[in-house]
Design a protein around this ligand. Sequence first.
Ligand code: SF4
Length: 356
Amino acid sequence: MIKRRESRQIRVGDLFIGGNAKISVQSMTNTRTTDVKAMIEQIERLKTAGCELVRVAVVDEESARALRQIKDSIAIPLVADIHFDYKLALLSMDNGADKIRINPGNIGSEKGLKSILDKAKEMSVPIRIGVNSGSLHKKYKEAKGGLSKALVDSALEYTNLFEKHGFGDYIISVKAASPMETVEAYRQLSKKSDAPLHIGQTEAGTLLMGAVKSSVVLGILLAEGIGDTLRVSLTDDPVREVEVGYKILSALDIRRDFIEVISCPTCGRCGVDLITLTQEVEDRLSTVRGPLKVAVMGCVVNGPGEARMVDVGIAAGLGEGLLFVGGRPVRKVCETDLVDVLVEYVMKMRKGQQIV
Ligand code: SF4
């Protein structure tokens, strides 16, 4: 049982982060914010995949003004990602942003920062202090103590500034390009602040490498009880980020919102095209809410044993498969119908229908 670090709670729209709130999964869009139609479509896809909070890049005034229409068309909280110009943060709040993410290292003067804090306080908009190794202030880059400490010191300088101005409604992230430096930064930060933490591995890479690096970082941190919301960063469709995020939480037994597909690695005993079959099962069930477990096994050696232990399972034979539901064999199905039949039984189970 993971003992979660105690943190304060913030509220972003209707989502709570920190305290005893569920560890939420978020993502960032990669369409132009000014292309409102494409943005809304992408946010819809993200929501269907389970995304609970979405961040968009606000690069100029036009993007900040576009937030209004986006906000009015979506059903999850909206975060405005701001760099360099504090006025864009102000305009984003005026146009409905539920949360602001700033990188204090590049937001400029304390005066500009104070005007963001005043408005955020007035509108009850929380702020993420997002420190990244790539944009760390020069004075920290040159400081002794290593990168992780520098990230934490930079974040704490800003939390102190926020507190000095009476603003406590913040969440922090400290991300390095190296996974273990990221882990170390969060470990240090978790001891120095009780603010909720947004965790993730920045610049993680494409789907495979990014999922591996994110799993390492998030796996270590979450197992140590660190982290209140997460983003998996991938050079890919952001929907994948959300899928990987849930799979990490599911592997750690923290959340089981979606169906988990277990499958064997395949070997020379396999009697069907299990790789294609399993991929198809995963695709068809990717947005189906769990917490059911499904097993797709390639033969009768380990197949029946595993298939019995899950909610719906298949143990394949030569060109066919034996379907198990709730631990009992139900029927034989030919290879071409296996996916359809398995999905059909999963849906029946979700609806609570009597099957065996
Ligand atoms: Fe091989 Fe059967 Fe094990 Fe799959 S379940 S890896 S096919 S022995």
